[in-house]
Ligand binder design. Sequence first.
Ligand SMILES: C[C@H](OP(=O)(O)OC[C@@H](O)[C@@H](O)[C@@H](O)Cn1c2nc(=O)[nH]c(=O)c-2cc2ccc(O)cc21)C(=O)N[C@@H](CCC(=O)N[C@@H](CCC(=O)O)C(=O)O)C(=O)O
Length: 144
Amino acid sequence: MPLTGEYAPSTSAWAREQAEKFESSNGAEANELQGKPVILLTSVGAKSGKLRKTPLMRVEHDGEYAVVASRGGAPTHPVWYWNLIKNPHVELQDGAEKHDYEAREVHGEERAVWWDRAVEVWPAYADYQTKTDRVIPVFVLTRR
Ligand SMILES: C[C@H](OP(=O)(O)OC[C@@H](O)[C@@H](O)[C@@H](O)Cn1c2nc(=O)[nH]c(=O)c-2cc2ccc(O)cc21)C(=O)N[C@@H](CCC(=O)N[C@@H](CCC(=O)O)C(=O)O)C(=O)O
């Protein structure tokens, strides 16, 4: 069952522009960052209840995806992290394919496996982790 609600644009211009171009082209444009694939995550705002659209690096394995709440290694989690904690029902669009997923924050060995997959796709994640004491959260998204 697709998410419904009012779209609330991100206050980050680069992310907002990429999200809106990705969506308006049905994933045909704005689907990369420095040549690496990007997906579009739709989450429900933890406070506003509005739809938030967040471009993220594409980390996929056997039909599941990981989304990494890195925010470039900033000291605090990106705000969308709290959306997924409160409302784990999300949508993920990969190219023209969009489906509903259940997001689950992973820890320990399971996180380590997905973290390695993420760093393989986007090595900068490893650099981000050296910049902050917070453990960068990883969510695994499984089809609903
Ligand atoms: C700027 C802020 O965004 P954010 O949710 O903190 O997310 C920051 C970034 O992670 C986000 O911009 C990502 O898209 C950046 N980004 C990546 N960010 C990552 O963390 N990981 C990635 O792999 C990644 C890849 C990527 C690729 C392309 C691109 O264009 C951007 C990319 C934002 O939009 N804030 C809104 C609020 C957003 C929100 O969800 N509000 C909640 C409140 C939640 C709460 O406070 O509890 C609500 O609506 O209820 C605002 O200030 O009005």
